[in-house]
Design a protein around this ligand. Structure first.
Ligand code: FAD
Ligand code: MLT
Ligand code: ZN
Length: 469
């Protein structure tokens, strides 16, 4: 296991009186200063980002969050907000010295409004708990991702998470119809009516979505819901390359209105997953690329999926094999090849994780150039790519690049932006990519973003060093 980046560690004592003031607000049991208790909050999921917090505070409601922020401001302490700590860009862990505000106790699950198909939930609710809550109503949320057990609704909104169903429902921001959030001065912005039509000025809810904790602490979210589509069918296609995966995706989209996922992985990622999980090969032989697709409907979509695959196999030489899973256990097994990528990579070492968005017209060219670009920046490093194909979202994971992290990041992000891509498709900028934001955003855009930050958080209380330098 390689060692991640560590910032200077401040003493674990808070500025005079702040811990006492926070204990007044949330109760002594919910202000943690013991390093044994704070440790899990201080290092991110990847183990690359770590820093000591002055203390961890766990408010349970919007008024408690407001009082926490006011106390921190009064003591000139800065604050990092954390949900499930599954973020992959270092935005939810301290750089050193901040108060860490954990939202996990703000976990109320509101009643479902069946007519509007909406629900209001606390920011600290894990995605899986929300999914379970909604199932009883025959409803679902339009975003799903492998970190569902821990990632919170507030974190998903703050990062505008993507995941595996963007093809059908869009990213997290598109699911948000209302929000309650506490601004840096302790004032509460509350828009929870969930009005589908509401043209009364700036879209503050949309602005806070994707703001990565830099503009406010999201405490409650109202979400639009989608029908629970329990009839599902999954196919895994073995292909001779990425171009064939793109062609197959285009043909399947034309034929399958029930398509809701299209995930890409390659031979090297599959090898890593198989050696980590012990899974057998999904289809006989080794193939350069694999495309996992899922259809979901109210009635079994298998026949239409099989028929579409039959048409493709006659017409497209790049498809070498395909396997279809109809029952839940077999579907889960096929998904495991894709979803186990992240843990399998992290089991080998601390990766440099990049998450780029590439125009589909340039996708195959960028995907095949990423390896050589990494090799130029960190000779001998190992590159594993996979991702959400429909959105051109490539996850570039580099192992064995210790000491060359910035060079690797620079090489990959310059390659991507030279092809019209984005330095982050879904994980966000966090601390990891602040220095590269100008590759994706013009100077007027950066100036506007800085002006927004200054006006909502003039003293720089919230998530310093995240997103905006
Ligand atoms: P945290 O990690 O705690 O925080 C993330 C950021 O949001 C930080 O900047 C933090 O300050 C801010 N934040 C958190 N809560 C709040 C709040 N209430 N108010 C204001 N700011 C807040 N991401 C994807 O987009 N798609 C994927 O497919 C995907 N798959 C993943 C798979 C694995 C195995 C893992 C480990 C991660 C994956 N992620 C994915 C990344 C991660 O799950 C998402 O970024 C998620 O949205 C983070 O939620 P969280 O609650 O863990 O947030
Ligand atoms: C995924 O799609 O699995 C994630 O975004 C996590 C990752 O990039 O490792
Ligand atoms: Zn992803």
């Amino acid at each position: 296991v390689t060692v991640g980046r560590t910032w200077a560690s401040p003493p674990a004592t808070a500025p005079g009186g702040l811990v006492a003031a926070l204990r007044e607000v949330v109760g002594a049991a919910h202000v943690l200063v013991d390093p044994e208790l704070t440790a899990t909050y201080e290092t991110d999921w990847t183990r690359r980002f770590t820093g000591r917090a002055h203390c961890v505070v766990r408010p349970a409601s919007t008024p408690e969050v407001a009082a926490v922020l006011r106390a921190c401001a009064a003591h000139a302490a800065t604050v990092v907000t954390q949900g499930g700590n599954t973020g992959l860009v270092g935005g939810g862990v301290p750089a050193g010295g901040e108060v860490l505000l954990s939202t996990t106790r703000i976990a109320d699950l509101g009643d479902v409004d069946r007519v509007a198909a909406q629900v209001t939930v606390g920011a600290g609710v894990p995605l899986v708990a929300l999914q379970t809550h909604l199932r009883a109503y025959g409803l679902d949320v339009g975003v799903d991702l492998p970190a569902r057990d821990s990632a919170t609704v507030g974190g998903l909104v703050a990062t505008n998470a993507g995941g595996e169903r963007v093809l059908r429902y869009g990213s997290m921001r598109a699911q948000v119809v209302g929000m309650e959030a506490v601004l840096a001065d302790g004032s509460v912005l509350s828009r929870l009516a969930g009005l589908p039509k509401d043209n009364t000025g700036y879209d503050l809810v949309g602005l806070l979505a994707g703001s990565e904790g830099t503009l406010g602490v999201i405490t409650r979210v109202r979400l639009r819901l989608v029908p629970l589509l329990a009839a599902r069918s999954v196919a895994l296609l073995a292909l001779d390359g990425i171009a064939a995966a793109l062609a197959a995706l285009a043909a399947l989209k034309e034929r399958l209105p029930t398509l809701d996922a299209a995930e890409l992985f390659l031979a090297e990622g599959l090898d890593l997953v198989r050696s980590h999980t012990g899974l057998p090969a999904p289809v006989p032989g080794a193939h350069p690329a694999y495309l996992l697709v899922e259809c979901a409907d109210r009635s079994d979509p298998s026949e239409r999926l099989l028929a579409a695959l039959g048409e493709l196999s006659g017409a497209m030489p790049g498809i070498s094999d395909a396997v279809v899973a109809e029952d839940q256990a077999s579907r889960h097994k096929l998904w495991r090849y894709r979803e186990a990528h992240t843990e399998s990579i992290s089991a080998v070492g601390v990766p440099v994780k990049l998450d780029v968005g590439v125009p589909l017209a340039a996708f195959a060219a960028v995907a095949s150039s990423v390896g050589p670009a990494v090799e130029g920046a960190a000779p001998g490093a190992r590159t594993i790519v996979f991702g959400h194909l429909n959105e051109g979202n490539l996850h570039v994971n580099v192992l064995g690049a210790q000491g060359r992290e910035d060079a690797v990041t620079d090489a990959v992000l310059r390659l991507v932006t030279a092809h019209g891509g984005s330095i982050s498709a879904e994980h966000g900028v966090g601390r990891a990519k602040v220095a590269w934001l100008p590759l994706s955003r013009s100077e007027p855009e950066l100036a506007a973003m800085r002006a927004i930050k200054r006006s909502l958080d003039p003293t720089g209380l919230l998530n310093p060093g995240v997103l905006i330098s």
